[in-house]
Ligand binder design. Sequence first.
Ligand code: ADP
Length: 486
Amino acid sequence: MIKSVRFRITLWYSVTLFIILSLFSFYLYSKLKTSLYDSVDDMLFLKAESVRDSILNFIEEYPLSSSCADFFNCDKRFADFVSHIINSDIKDPNLNLISLSILNKDGNYILRSVNSPEIDFVLKDSLNDLIKGVSVFDGLSVKQKDEEIIYRIYSAPVRIYDKTYIIQAIRTMSTINLALKTTLRNIIIAIPLTVLFTAFLGMLMVKMTLNPINNITRTAKQITDENLHLRIPLPKNRDEIWDVANFLNEMLDRIEKYFLNQKTFIQDLAHQLKTPITVIKGEIDVALKKERTEMEYKEIIKSVYEEINRISELIENLIVLARFSNLENKYSSAKKADLLNAVKKSMDLVKKYAELKSVKLNLIVDGISENFYVKADEFGLIKAISNIMENAVKYSYKDKNVFVRLYKEDSFFCVEIKDEGIGISKEDIGRIFERFYRGENSSNNEGFGLGLSIAKAAVENIGGKITIESEPNKGSAFKITIPKKD
Ligand code: ADP
């Protein structure tokens, strides 16, 4: 479960979603907090400043007696005016959250608005700044009835003639803090819930998306060598999974073909071995049945020897075929071989056979080329060319010619082996390169049906190809095309 793709995809995007949501939410939360705190500061500032402006306007209109030690004590009209101002906006003391107070320079309260809590909000450090004429924002945490209440205080100095007083605007942050606390709690609950919900939905979606893969696995599990014909059902949508299924089906096609080839190959091989072994067995049975003359024994041994030679030739051919069919050797040959040399050596190999069959071998080398170097090993070249040459002689009419032509064609060298023999029927042309396949025209000639398979494997091994043109009773032309060595 933990190792499943479904789980891992869901886990990854859930973690990513969680991180993104958390970062985004806490960014918004801190922005909200700052702007709420800023708006409180703005309000406190505006309130205190408007009181200060009113006081200054008042003394400008109604000058106070400068000899007075405390203006709030000795000028009742002034004290009433200031008291009126700080209470003027308060309709309901419980609802109005901003309270205003007037203090003297020593930090003692002179006047408080009706909604002001009976708390000393003077902070000693701030008092020094205020006396110097600097306004100050402060925060104060006060414990009231087991509850921690935070206040925000704005203190602004006001100069009345030669005396300094302090105007204080105070607001409790409880409602704002409560709102922020609730918001934070909601965020903390909402994020995991959202992530869990999307993870659940995502898991379902991933399951639906990966379902075709389960189908593939299920079908793949059913496929054994017994039912290689089974294919994976292709999903409806032509997507990546469709590609995988299609690719696997194509691979199964190739494997099935390979299996069938191997099966046929083994059957053919058994068939090829059966004849000589039956002959050998028969000959030995005859020898064992009763005493034979020396002459008869010699005849029997000769016949057994011929059959063993046949088997040995077959095995040799199979070894060569296996060597050229070995995929690991493909194109790996870095050797350099002279094609002209290989052609000449092949002709030498077939010469005797050609003489025996009264067929004339002719070599034609086209064009003036310095060399006919190809990237191949000579053994493979000779095997391919001599096998085709031998066939040309084998399936030729008596006293006819076989023409071997060597020429250049673009970046390739070509060897064409043309005979004036019995030719190949259209039906056979497509099959003569199959292992153990022998054409209908081969009945009068010995062979295993491996010569062309070996030639094909050897030529393809070095990146070349063989093509045929043939007409029954007129002859055949086999063309070997091999890339030049750079
Ligand atoms: P083999 O010659 O042992 O039968 P090959 O693999 O060499 O096997 O050839 C396969 C078949 O191709 C032959 O049985 C024959 O029918 C046909 N064939 C090959 N070369 C020629 C040719 N030059 N002329 C006519 N038929 C040919």
